[in-house]
Ligand binder design. Structure first.
Ligand code: 5GP
Length: 116
């Protein structure tokens, strides 16, 4: 079972550690995964600290909608016209390792199903 580590994504938001940024606006940041699982593997995160999907409240509806619209735009910009997959791992059993909600945008190859 994966170990939850400290919130290093907050350090990426605050530019305390570097990342290859794909998109940034007031509500969210998108950056390329350091260990890509597909030719395109971008993480889209709210700037607001939300530990995990299960912690979402009605106040988060706008930012969650927003990160999906950013995913649509990035998929276009990054050439994923053949398709893409969005993954959001919630808590340890699903493999979440960073305690800051993040949407994985994966594409550029055939993606198997079911996932591991
Ligand atoms: P999770 O397993 O929590 O759903 O996804 C965390 C993701 O963050 C993993 O795909 C992992 O490769 C990525 N990651 C971990 N540390 C860093 C880092 O310092 N920089 C970047 N760009 N990605 C990271």
């Amino acid at each position: 079972m994966a170990m939850m580590v400290h919130n290093l994504f907050l350090k990426i938001i605050n530019k305390e550690i570097p990342a290859k940024i794909a998109h940034e606006d007031d509500l969210c940041l998108a950056f390329h995964d350091i260990n890509p699982q597909a030719p395109v593997h971008v993480l889209i995160i709210p700037k607001k600290v939300i530990r995990t999907h299960a912690d979402l409240t009605p106040d988060d509806a706008a930012v969650m909608g927003h990160i999906h619209l950013v995913a649509v735009q990035l998929a276009k910009d990054l050439g994923l016209s053949a398709g893409y997959r969005l993954v959001l791992n919630c808590d340890e059993q699903a493999g979440q390792t960073v305690p800051h909600l993040h949407l994985h945008l994966l594409g550029g190859r055939d993606l198997g199903w079911p996932p591991g």
